[in-house]
Design a protein around this ligand. Sequence first.
Ligand code: SF4
Length: 367
Amino acid sequence: MNPLNSFVAPRRVTRKIHVGKVAVGGDAAISVQSMTNTDTRNVAATHAQIMALAEAGADMVRVSCPDEEAALAMGPLVAGSPVPLIADIHFDHRLALIALDKGVDGLRLNPGNIGSRARVAEVARAACERRVPIRIGVNAGSLERELLNRYKEPCAEAMVESALQHIRILEDLDYREIKVSLKASNAAMTVAAYRMLATRTDYPLHLGITEAGGLIPGTVKSAVGLGLLLAEGLGDTLRISLSTDPVVEVRVGFEILKALGLRNRGVSIISCPTCSRQEMPVIDITAKLEARLAHILEPVTVSIIGCVVNGPGEAKESHVGIVGGAGENLLYLGGKPVGKVADVDVVERLAQEVEAWVAGMRGLERS
Ligand code: SF4
């Protein structure tokens, strides 16, 4: 039995919607998203980043549409994208209409900030005709003035009330292809808001800690906040917001899901922190192997352990393992020792063995 099953609560039952070919909510796998940070009007640069994100495993990608030229660029971007694209819209309902016309698979907007009811209705109607879902994206940093006046400062209650107001606008128009996010840069506020909203609606939840920071603090904050929610069974899709290359956001998203046993994708490396007992350069090998095997989608476990203290035990539980030894590191395949490898050859040998393992898995799947 997976030991994680004992501390991860069953998923909350949510309504299932579809962002293009990707199901969100219900029994669908928890999807991982990211967002481009190129100038959307630069189609070549944005397309290249979408491809990099898709290759890293992003199930869908959000693209900002700050003006008409950017909204028009969604045409070629959608045509060239292997994953569903979501247009991020603020203030101007016409940009949402253009993006829909260009074939986007999802919209992220807040009905309350794109103008009159008639304008919201026009967008909801166009989205409904194309079966394109809308994410209501509440952000603690841009709550409505009326809510801020009433609650005095951003708080979980105000975020939930904002979300419910936006939801009501769409429901009044008989539009229910909705997912909701409640993001704050404060993890505790974010967690409280999602917990509260989960008791009020069955729409799928898009999780995220907004503006979480740079790589290390942002990853830790996101892992703590989203980890708490996911362990409680909350969350249907997620985006990690980091001030770094968005490809890294995708990797962090998957690592959080993998740590909770909620998704299993790509190579999982088990490596020791090293100490004076190490007999091979574990840190260098691990960094090189991570980069070398970033293209692998299948779940494979690789252990890279510096000495015999923990090496054989970990290698026995891994698909591929290496244990440091004085000039003769011991290679394990399928938990069994099979031969010696010199330090200089370790990265390439492990990569080849993982690729061979994956080829075997693919062969088994086909047969
Ligand atoms: Fe040190 Fe060996 Fe432990 Fe690695 S496995 S940290 S080298 S004792």
